[in-house]
Design a protein around this ligand. Structure first.
Ligand SMILES: Nc1nc2c(ncn2[C@@H]2O[C@H](COP(=O)(O)OP(=O)(O)O)[C@@H](O)[C@H]2O)c(=O)[nH]1
Ligand SMILES: [Mg+2]
Ligand SMILES: [Zn+2]
Length: 361
């Protein structure tokens, strides 16, 4: 049985590379796979049949189990995510960097992302050191490179060797340039706005694995991704945000309240140790967890609204008929609603009182 890695995939078929045979083949998926709705995506490991070496074609007969799957763009079996940043052009944003870290830690929990700071040719060495001092003690590898001067590119290649890596990060930080540096023949488009609709093969709008020729001893693959804005990402659950901050998770066990979110709570061990946490990191945590909380609240409110927009009448045990509820202005407020409104009002007052009590201490 020959197994290969899908380098790119679209409706017309997939391009699959087999390390064993040392060939890249144009492949169609067996009809059965389509019928069973088994998708074939970039990064998938697949079994090959009917290999025709002369015509460089084969048939995909099965998809192996996925280790993980990135959501945007869809790429399967990612060994590591490299978060590319720059200090200038575009300006460094600690919040954006931390948001990327949270996102990809949740998507690929098996390996901490690597932080790659590109464009070191236009950054002050002191500023780069500051970044290293923030992130390295937290367990992240920080690599400082330049796709223009080639600084530390050999170390970069070593980090990619033998792995499937994905470069992620905001538009303009030099992801495509880094891949081009590794293999100038690829000629990925650089300096274009990713959001623009682009046609053609080597653009970042759909995902493709590229072989890193500079890594000679073991097959190594890298994928480019389009940049995205903070607003485009779905917020994770508040606790999920928290658990992506290693410097906070080592402190929470000594917080007084088990549901402490480490924002305003009394006897919070995180707040008591703020001097040991980088200010920008705690700020990122605050911003991200607060956004996650409000989004959660909004979601809960919306789902309640959806649920209550219909009701079941006439009979029990699924025999009833689902009918839309009348809009508010067509019906009188029930006694229950009135009572609820009253108790909500009181609850708000209690919240305010509690907040006042916290302020006082
Ligand atoms: N000074 C400097 N400019 C770079 C470097 N890498 C890329 N650039 C420039 O940054 C711009 C965006 O690069 P690109 O690779 O398209 O970024 P991407 O959107 O992350 O793929 C282009 O104009 C590149 O020439 C670098 O290391 N130093
Ligand atoms: Mg690009
Ligand atoms: Zn706490």
């Amino acid at each position: 049985m020959v197994v290969g890695t899908v380098l790119r995939s679209h409706a017309g078929g997939s391009v699959v590379h087999s390390d064993e045979l040392g060939v890249t083949l144009q492949c169609a998926a067996r009809g059965r796979l389509k019928k069973e709705r088994i998708s074939i995506l970039t990064g998938d490991r697949v079994e090959l049949d009917e290999i025709d070496a002369a015509r460089a074609t084969a048939v995909i007969s099965a998809r192996l189990e996925r280790q993980n799957l990135l959501s945007r763009p869809p790429i399967a079996n990612v060994d590591q995510v490299i978060i590319v940043q720059s200090l200038h052009q575009p300006e460094w944003s600690p919040l954006l960097c931390d948001r990327y870290l949270v996102h990809y830690q949740l998507e690929v929990p098996s390996a901490l992302p690597i932080l790659c700071v590109n464009k070191c040719d236009i950054a002050a060495p002191d500023d780069l050191t500051t970044l290293q001092k923030i992130y390295e003690p937290l367990g992240y590898s920080v690599i400082i490179v330049s796709a223009v001067t080639g600084q530390s590119m050999q170390t970069f290649v070593e980090m990619l060797t033998g792995k499937v890596s994905v470069l992620a990060g905001p538009s303009g930080v030099g992801k495509s340039s880094l891949i081009n540096y590794l293999d100038p023949e690829l000629q990925l488009k650089v300096g274009v706005v990713d959001e623009e609709v682009q046609l053609g093969r080597h653009t970042t709008t759909y995902s493709e694995l590229y072989r890193i020729r500079a890594a000679v001893d073991r097959p190594s693959w890298v994928a480019d991704t389009p940049g995205f804005n903070l607003s485009e990402l779905k917020h994770p659950e508040p606790y999920d945000v928290f658990f992506q901050f290693p410097e906070l998770t080592e402190l929470y066990e000594n917080c007084r309240f088990s549901n402490c979110m480490h924002l305003v709570e009394q006897d919070c061990n995180v707040l008591a140790n703020l001097d040991k946490i980088a200010e920008s990191r705690y700020q990122s945590y605050r911003t991200l967890v607060t956004a996650a909380q409000s989004e959660l609240k909004l979601r809960q409110e919306t789902s309640q609204k959806e649920e209550s927009s219909v009701k079941v009448v006439g009979g029990k045990n699924d025999r009833g008929v689902v009918v839309p509820r009348l809009a508010g202005r067509y019906r009188a407020a029930s006694r229950r609603t009135k009572k609820q409104q009253l108790s909500e009002h009181t609850a708000e007052q209690t919240d305010e009182l509690e907040e006042d009590a916290l302020d006082d201490t």
